[in-house]
Design a binder for this molecule. Structure first.
Ligand SMILES: [Zn+2]
Length: 101
């Protein structure tokens, strides 16, 4: 896994899933990059508290593979986490947040 410069402030509940996410990207032939963690974002986001992280690949991921990565990640991290492969304006990435309910 590659961690982009400036990423900091993650909660342990998010940090402990990194090996799982890394392995999933590897299984699908991609190098996992942690692109974003704590940042300001609108209400409802867990990024400001460090309970969310975004992952991308070193190269383009096709839409089918994004769906597979999302599915595998959901299974790997369990139901206390929300997992979504989406494009919220900055390009496709895998968003994972710790959100036990
Ligand atoms: Zn996110």
């Amino acid at each position: 896994m590659i961690i982009r410069a400036g990423v900091k402030g993650l909660q342990p509940e998010i940090a402990i899933i990194f090996p799982l996410i890394d392995a999933i990207f590897t299984n699908h032939g991609h190098v996992c990059v942690l692109t974003s963690a704590v940042r300001d974002k609108g209400p409802g986001s867990l990024h400001p508290m460090g309970f969310a992280a975004d992952f991308d690949s070193m190269r383009d991921v096709n839409p089918v593979t994004w769906k597979l990565i999302e599915k595998d990640a959901k299974e790997a991290v369990g139901n206390e986490y929300d997992v979504l492969a989406h494009d919220s304006g900055s390009g496709m990435h895998l968003h994972v947040e710790f959100d036990p309910r």
